[in-house]
Ligand binder design. Structure first.
Ligand code: GLN
Length: 484
């Protein structure tokens, strides 16, 4: 059962070959069986089975929207009415949202069942899932290594077949990087395509929700449901509804693939480089042309991001004060003491580091030197992409410089952790769509991801280009040993 695609599962359910209760129970059992992965923060079988029963009733009544009865796991950053939403933090350890995020509401409407909430780096800050208050997630391909982050639980659960698909969010790479490290498909839509309503805010000008699936086709299916204009998010893009699954198999002959010079240089692991080059050769066989392009400001992406993202985070996270919701320190003298103790006890060290950096960068004396400067840089980075796209249709390169690294290997060195997102961060700064798809393994059987980036709002084209590759290769069908 767990080897079927999202599309097949949806078809089986709609045709009543299996009930949603059976399907949901099947995955709940797998989640339980492989709980040592720590991929989930919250699993509530009664909640999920109640939804599954409702879906079965809808099927009985002939009401069969596209994802009717399909269980889907959600990154614990999406607010779910009636189920905990912790965002990987102690400060939200008791938080039950009174409303559903837009993404959750849309999926409910289309009949999907919430299978549980997946583990993640605290407030989505991290690249290894090790900043989670709920402990690290293990990579199913090698349990001594990290699954990537911050959507590490979603990627690990998808590759281990604990869920047919999952949601994630990507502020600087958090959908694509864990997808690469876990050997699944992770798609970050163009900024504004998926509403951020009810998605706990990290860096609002960069945050974007999207699917983590086993194929680009499944990603398109999920995107069809979660994309679309939402007046509750002022940055939501208003555009005519499109079918992301349409024409996925259309030939890509003549496609011009840009290879950013800067993505194939120093720091890139040889085996990752080799797998990416093999993937590019596959595209050439399909009739694509490779063109070298330049993204001259690439080296400045990480520093630019680590001024802007913490600045926005310091502002967004000011709402967690122990007054309105979430955790509150038990012993305190007065209001100020309560704020201080609540935040000191409620946030982990990476979140505190970001709040301090952000507060500093936004302070009156340093605003011009850091925040404003980073904003100008962001513009230059976006312009680099615009220029590169004058000569090509999509960009390709590695998603990450290396394959999965050992648990604990980078926790004491934030800079080396930050460099994991060196190829993904710029895409968020420019608001573009990007996908990571499985493209091979290294000598230790750790997955390698190919990164495909498209022009703004050309999400469909990115999915198409990814799908064509997946029709010719089977990297995305591999299951980690012990989970088949
Ligand atoms: N790893 C990056 C960070 O720590 C990106 C995280 C994300 O995309 N949410 O900020």
């Amino acid at each position: 059962m767990h080897d079927k695609s999202l599309k097949q599962i949806a078809e089986d359910l709609a045709a009543k070959r299996v009930s949603s209760v059976e399907m949901t129970q099947y995955y709940l059992d797998r989640i339980d069986k492989y709980s040592a992965l720590n991929a989930f923060i919250t699993v509530d079988p009664e909640f999920s089975l109640t939804q599954a029963r409702q879906a079965d009733r809808r099927i009985e009544q002939g009401d069969r929207p596209s994802l009717i009865g399909v269980p889907i796991a959600h990154k614990d950053i999406f607010c779910t009415k009636g189920m905990l939403t912790t965002c990987g933090s102690r400060i939200l350890s008791n938080f039950v949202s009174p409303y559903d995020a837009h993404v959750i509401g849309k999926l409910n409407h289309h009949g999907a069942v919430i299978l549980g909430k997946t583990n993640m780096d605290e407030f989505a800050m991290g690249s290894s899932n090790e900043t989670s208050y709920y402990g690290p997630v293990k990579n199913p391909w090698d349990e001594t290594t990290v699954p990537g982050g911050s959507s590490g639980g979603s990627a690990a659960a998808t590759t281990a077949r604990l869920t047919p698909a999952a949601t994630g969010t990507d502020t600087g790479g958090s959908i694509r990087q864990p997808a690469a490290l876990c050997g699944v498909t992770g798609f970050k839509p163009s900024y504004g395509v998926v509403s951020r309503y009810g998605m706990v805010a990290f860096a609002s000008s960069l945050d974007q929700g999207g699917p983590i699936t086993r194929s680009a086709e499944d990603a398109a299916l999920l995107l069809n449901v979660i994309a679309g204009f939402d007046p509750r998010d002022s940055t939501s893009v208003e555009q005519p509804e499109s079918d992301f699954t349409a024409d996925l198999s259309a030939p890509i002959e003549g496609l011009k693939i840009g290879l950013p010079r800067q993505y194939f240089g120093e720091g890139l692991d040889g085996e990752v480089d080799g797998a990416v080059r093999d993937a590019l050769a596959e595209y050439e066989k399909l009739g694509a042309r490779l063109i070298e392009v330049d993204l001259p400001n690439s080296a400045l992406c990480v520093p630019c991001y680590y001024v802007l993202a913490p600045s926005e985070a310091s502002s967004n996270l000011s709402r967690f004060d122990g007054v309105r919701y979430g955790y509150r320190a038990e012993d305190y003298d007065d209001l100020i003491d309560m704020y201080q103790k609540t935040r000191a006890e409620g946030f982990g060290s990476e979140v505190k580091r970001r709040i301090m950096i952000g507060t500093y960068a936004l302070s009156a004396g340093y605003y011009d030197a850091y925040y404003l400067q980073a904003q100008k840089l962001r513009r230059l980075i976006a312009e680099d992409f615009a220029r590169a796209f004058e000569s090509c249709d999509v960009l390709m390169g590695p998603t990450t410089p290396t394959t999965a690294f050992a648990l604990g290997e980078k926790t004491s060195d934030p800079i080396s952790m930050y460099l994991n997102d060196i190829y993904t961060i710029s895409v968020n700064l420019a608001g573009l769509p990007g996908i990571s798809i499985p493209a091979g393994f290294d000598r230790s059987e750790r997955p390698i991801g190919l990164h495909i980036v498209g022009q703004y709002l050309q999400d469909h084209r990115v999915l198409k280009v990814a799908h064509r590759f997946q029709q010719e290769t089977d990297w995305h069908r591999r299951t980690p040993p012990g989970f088949d």
